[in-house]
Ligand binder design. Structure first.
Ligand code: RNT
Ligand code: ZN
Length: 424
């Protein structure tokens, strides 16, 4: 197709980009080698609007919402895996998948507190065959036991016990994934608990949540197989006034118990960024999990794009030398566009952000900063935005045998006709 570059054009553009970067002391080959080693955890729930495959499937609750009704959402695990296979084939590198407990496979109804590794054997077999690591999330929403809006922080001991058992069962599934695939599974706990209106007791639900988490994490699991993470947030739909698992709650909990903290970019005040938190948190924790998302005016979970916010996150990960300590997961769900395209665009954006960060003339920037030459620092930072990083990205895609530019759209369009259109 005439509107995509030829191999020669890509190679030529790369050679001149490589020279340009070398003038600034940046080795583009080393940057690409580093990028190739980063596995992003794609979130399964973009593929079906956080529906899952429980029988019977329920309505999405918990104060999160997928809006839109673009045709073709996956109705079964096999359909979801086919969609994911196409997605991974359009993204350079080897990447992971984050599952939620509601994506189990069973021929009868399995209660959440009874989920077992066997219900995820189909996923583990697939992941093993395709070379993906797996991550996991217990699902504490879209369920009658979460109807009150409270789960692990409920005043009802029976409700708490049910969800504690679900989370314990989830950690065992994480352990199974880690053992089967030879790469640790990050099992991330997020709960929706909160109040729509101002409570008079902010203390007791938090004390109950702490007690529940202690019970869930009581059994030690080898971190070679499973790593536990906890995810806080500011508010949810219907829980505007009080969220039990706030940032301060989980930051404290993670530090005190040395579990991973999950920072979701949509879970803070709109002008507050997670990029500024990474270097603080990693002084006190070995590892963290990110949920890279894009809130538009609120925690809306739009598809990740190459925004300033994303670049600030990737810069922090790279500049801080944190690549091996930060698990990068995605968390968005847009049902108004093609779901395979949503994954592809969002993941490619995250990788492009990482590449831009890996290509920074960081030695020079640091020297300017240490010298106190903030004028020079600003000038060079602005200059880097116009450097030919796009030529390096195209070359990377070519070498990794994935579509260059938005040529991935023609594959997605033909898949849409061939497969998605048949899903009524
Ligand atoms: C919700 C949290 C959580 C969910 C997923 C589906 O606000 O971000 O991570 O998006 O578990
Ligand atoms: Zn999240």
């Amino acid at each position: 197709m005439a509107n995509h570059p030829t191999e020669k054009q890509i190679n030529d553009a790369y050679s001149s980009a490589r020279e340009r970067y070398a003038q600034l002391g940046v080795n583009t080959d080393a940057a690409l080698a580093a990028l190739s080693g980063i596995a992003i955890s794609l979130h399964c729930w973009q593929g079906d609007d956080v529906g899952g495959f429980e029988a019977p499937g329920g309505e999405l609750t918990g104060g999160i919402a997928a809006t839109g009704n673009y045709p073709g959402k996956a109705r079964t695990a096999d359909e979801l895996r086919r969609d994911l296979d196409l997605t991974y084939s359009l993204i350079p590198g080897k990447h992971r998948l984050a599952l939620h407990a509601i994506y189990l496979e069973a021929d009868r109804k399995i209660e959440r507190d009874a989920v077992q590794p066997e219900h995820f054997a189909g996923w583990a077999d697939w992941a093993k065959a395709k070379g993906h690591g797996l991550d996991f999330n217990p699902t504490l929403f879209s369920h009658p036991m979460a109807a009150s809006g409270m789960t692990l922080a409920s005043y009802d001991a029976g409700v708490r016990k049910f969800w504690i058992d679900h989370c314990i069962a989830s950690r065992k599934i994480g352990e199974y994934f880690g053992k089967t695939l030879g790469t640790p599974c990050v099992t991330n706990i997020w709960i929706p608990d909160g109040y729509k209106d101002t409570p008079v007791d902010r203390k007791t639900p938090r004390a109950l949540l702490k007690e529940s988490l202690d019970a869930i994490l009581a059994e030690k699991i080898n971190p070679k197989y499973n790593l536990d993470a906890v995810e806080g947030k500011l508010f949810g739909l219907g829980a505007e006034s009080y969220t039990v698992g706030s940032h301060e709650f989980y930051l404290s909990y993670a530090v005190a118990n040395q579990v991973l903290l999950c920072l979701d970019s949509g879970h803070f005040h709109p002008t507050e960024t997670i990029s500024d938190k990474i270097s603080s948190v990693l002084l006190y924790l070995d590892e963290i999990l990110l949920h890279v998302s894009r809130g538009v005016r609120w925690d809306s979970d739009h598809v990740v794009i190459l925004s300033d916010d994303l670049q600030a996150i990737t810069q922090e990960v790279v500049r801080g030398d944190y690549i091996n300590r930060v698990h990068i997961g995605l968390d968005f769900f847009d049902a108004s566009i093609n779901r395979v395209a949503a994954w592809t665009i969002g993941t490619r954006a995250a990788l492009r952000g990482l590449l831009m960060a890996l290509l920074e003339p960081i030695a020079q920037l640091r020297a300017l900063e240490v010298e106190g030459d903030f004028t020079g620092r600003l000038a060079l930072l602005e200059e880097t935005k116009g450097l030919p990083w796009g030529a390096v990205w195209d070359y990377h895609c070519l070498r990794q045998e994935v579509p260059v530019g938005n040529a991935y759209m023609s594959e997605i369009r033909s898949y849409e006709k061939r497969e998605l259109a048949k899903r009524a």
